[in-house]
Ligand binder design. Structure first.
Ligand SMILES: [Zn+2]
Length: 470
């Protein structure tokens, strides 16, 4: 049975790069009918929070990434939160200690060294025992421990992307596996967990590639099977810098708050590297996962393209039913100034005009019933000229004249208006419609004029134009 895991740290929001890695894992699990495990790596206790842990679980849930085992559902290899597994780490630490594979390290901590002092290779293994005991007693037991991997025989591991890798242990450093505060390090906790949880494949960012050799040797010492690795190309910023958690705008939570929908994020991430990405616009996530070309993933890092993500979002929003659009957007809009429900009719008219759900925020403002009486428009000075006044004056005259207004009569009046004003062909038309729209909604772009009329009614229509003119 193929078993994969991801092990995010609960220290801040998940960002696009994390989700992309999770999706490649999920695709591999899906294609091999394997099992997917969520493990929480809180080995760095200082940075880990319960709030962040809950957010991680919610985010995966929102994206529809499903696990077979994890902290919120349990499983036969639990617990799935590393801070709850200390007794297991103690057990394997003791095993290695009994086998003489561990030694005390009394080198100063990195933080205690001077800034420009380079990390030298630890020689604590060769310090004569009685001298070492003397130093240790002075340190009040606050010592760290390293595992001897340098003495191991040469080994190798398989990497689905990097190819077969040979390991020369003498070139490596003996890694610290237990810190002076008694906590276990990332490398030790993860090797023990991957071994005990019977993980068969580890797919992760290529930034972790350098530590793989040490992990393989440590796994050998623990007596575990070496998993098959795949070190994935990284997702970088447009300028080539690393996407980091601190770049908040690319956190999944920020994208969600910014009006991106889950299926668009999935479609974008699962088609990175595809030249002809537009053909995937309607593929559902299940299809994308089943057909994800893991074998074609190269070593070249890829860049995050916000425009492409936006394109997917726009296309996916267009395909929503109006009710779906309402269900997705109302919780966001409610946080702003939308206290009353929004009519489906208004939403339907805007569905094709938005890139993100948040765009609705400004577009819908002119149609909130409570605001229509004292709606404050942010006027643009360029529409405040004589031509604009002429446009609006004759529009009001015409509208007042029509007895029974329907879309035919309304648009006939607009056509007559175009002819009478005799403005230059294309620019003239734009000037007319953008001016009218601006006077009604505060924006030059948006709905058809008749649609606006229909939504706000004749009285309000005339009132806004009059107010704009003066
Ligand atoms: Zn040392």
């Amino acid at each position: 049975m193929v078993r994969l895991r991801i092990a995010p740290a609960p220290s801040g929001d998940l960002q696009l790069g994390n989700i992309r890695t999770a999706l490649v894992n999920y695709a591999f699990v899906t294609q091999n009918k394997g099992e997917f495990i969520l493990r929480i790596d809180d080995t760095n206790q200082k940075k880990s929070t319960q709030e962040s842990l809950e957010k991680i679980i919610k985010t995966f849930d929102w994206l529809g990434i499903k696990f077979n085992e994890g902290p919120n559902m349990g499983g036969k290899f639990g617990p799935y939160i590393q801070s709850e597994r200390t007794s297991l780490y103690d057990k394997y630490f003791k095993k290695l200690q009994d086998e003489g594979k561990i030694y005390e390290c009394i080198c100063p901590k990195r933080s205690e060294k001077k800034n420009n002092q380079e990390e030298t290779d630890c020689k604590c293994d060769s310090i004569i025992l009685h001298k070492k005991k003397e130093i240790i007693s002075k340190l009040n037991g606050k010592i760290s421990y390293r595992v001897k991997i340098k003495d191991e025989a040469p080994s190798e591991f398989k990497d689905l992307i990097m190819g077969k890798q040979k390991i020369n242990p003498s070139k490596l450093k003996n890694p610290i596996i237990k810190r002076s505060d008694g906590t276990y390090t990332y490398i030790f906790a993860n090797c023990v967990d991957d071994y005990l949880m019977k993980i068969t494949h580890i797919m992760r960012g290529s930034d972790l590639f350098p530590s793989t050799s040490s992990q393989v040797l440590l796994t050998n010492l623990l007596g575990g099977q070496i998993p098959i690795y795949a070190h994935l190309p990284l997702l970088l910023n447009i300028d080539g810098s690393k996407l980091s958690k601190s770049v908040g705008s690319q956190s999944i939570n920020n994208l969600k708050e910014g009006g991106y929908i889950n299926s668009a994020i999935l479609a974008y991430l699962l088609t990175i590297g595809e030249g002809d990405y537009k053909k995937f616009v309607l593929d559902n996530p299940k299809n994308l996962l089943e057909n994800y070309p893991i074998k074609k993933l190269g070593k070249t890092n890829q860049k995050f393209d916000p425009e492409r993500l936006k394109w997917f979002n726009k296309q996916r929003i267009k395909k929503l039913s109006t009710q779906e659009l309402y269900d997705l957007s109302y919780p966001l809009l409610k946080k702003e100034h939308f206290k009353e429900p929004i009519s489906l009719e208004i939403l339907a008219l805007h569905k094709d005009k938005i890139n993100t759900l948040k765009d609705l925020n400004n577009l819908l403002k002119p149609y909130i019933p409570k605001e229509t009486g004292n709606y404050q428009l942010e006027y643009s000075s360029q529409a405040n000229d004589q031509i604009s006044k002429n446009i609006l004056n004759s529009l009001i005259k015409k509208i007042k004249k029509i007895k029974k207004i329907d879309s035919f009569e309304f648009n006939k009046s607009l056509n007559e208006l175009e002819k009478e004003l005799n403005l230059k062909e294309k620019e003239g038309k734009f000037k007319i419609y953008s001016t009218i729209r601006l006077s009604l909604t505060g924006s030059m772009h948006g709905l058809e004029i008749y649609d606006i009329y229909n939504l706000i009614g004749k009285e309000e229509f005339i009132r806004r134009i009059e107010k704009f003119k003066n």
